[in-house]
Unconditional design. Structure first.
Length: 98
């Protein structure tokens, strides 16, 4: 059985509310103006504004954690850790069943 990584509600809230424009600029992603949004130069169907994103070609979007999972192909714990600048959750090992 795998190890479960527990993030507090506060950690999940902070990760999901990261400003994606700032986050992407720090990662040296090129962003283009698109009205009130910014459009990713590498995938022009994706726009970001604040902590929200939308992929116009897939008609799907969400918040920061979903974006990092999709765009960088990361697991949920990896995405939250990236958004929190390396802050990690607690490892939780369920007790062995007898």
């Amino acid at each position: 059985m795998g190890v479960y990584i527990h993030f507090t509600e506060e950690q999940k809230f902070r990760a999901n509310n990261v400003d994606l424009v700032d986050f992407l600029q720090k990662r040296r992603e090129k962003l283009l103006p698109s009205g009130r949004d910014k459009r990713l130069a590498s995938d022009r169907s994706i726009t970001v504004r604040g902590n929200e994103w939308y992929d116009h070609s897939l008609e799907y979007g969400g918040y920061a954690i979903d974006f990092v999972q999709q765009f960088y192909h990361l697991s949920y714990p990896e995405a939250v850790t990236m958004l929190l600048s390396g802050e990690q959750g607690e490892k939780y090992n369920p007790a062995e069943e007898k």
